[in-house]
Design a protein around this ligand. Structure first.
Ligand code: SF4
Length: 106
């Protein structure tokens, strides 16, 4: 396995980066964003990392859009719920994720 800076392998680097991200996210509680941290703790783990990155300002616009749609559908069956979303008046509707999975031509 290849070695990176400071003698850490890629797995260790990822773990340290993730731990540091969690610590930065928890610090949001001290800035009046307790509700954001509480929500992150309650959502399914498969969506949590994206939510955390968004709230730390570390997400791309595409990732922010995905996280917003996932929150909109309550993280319930997100790929299907978002892909088949019929809220045509939503500003994100035309560019929402998961359209291909739903077979929706958009
Ligand atoms: S496109 Fe649909 S799922 Fe996404 S934010 Fe709008 S209403 Fe919610």
């Amino acid at each position: 396995m290849g070695r990176l800076l400071h003698g850490l392998d890629p797995g260790e680097m990822r773990l340290r980066a993730e731990t540091a991200r969690i610590e930065r996210f928890r610090s949001l509680e001290k800035t009046g964003r307790e509700k954001t941290v509480r929500i992150a703790k309650s959502i399914p783990t498969r969506y949590r990392d994206r939510y955390v990155k968004v709230h730390l300002g570390e997400a791309s616009p595409r990732t922010i859009m995905r996280a917003h749609c996932e929150q909109c559908v309550g993280w319930e069956e997100a790929p299907v719920s978002i892909g088949t979303c019929k809220s045509f008046s939503c500003a994100l509707w035309r560019t929402r994720p998961y359209q291909a999975k739903a077979g929706d031509p958009g």
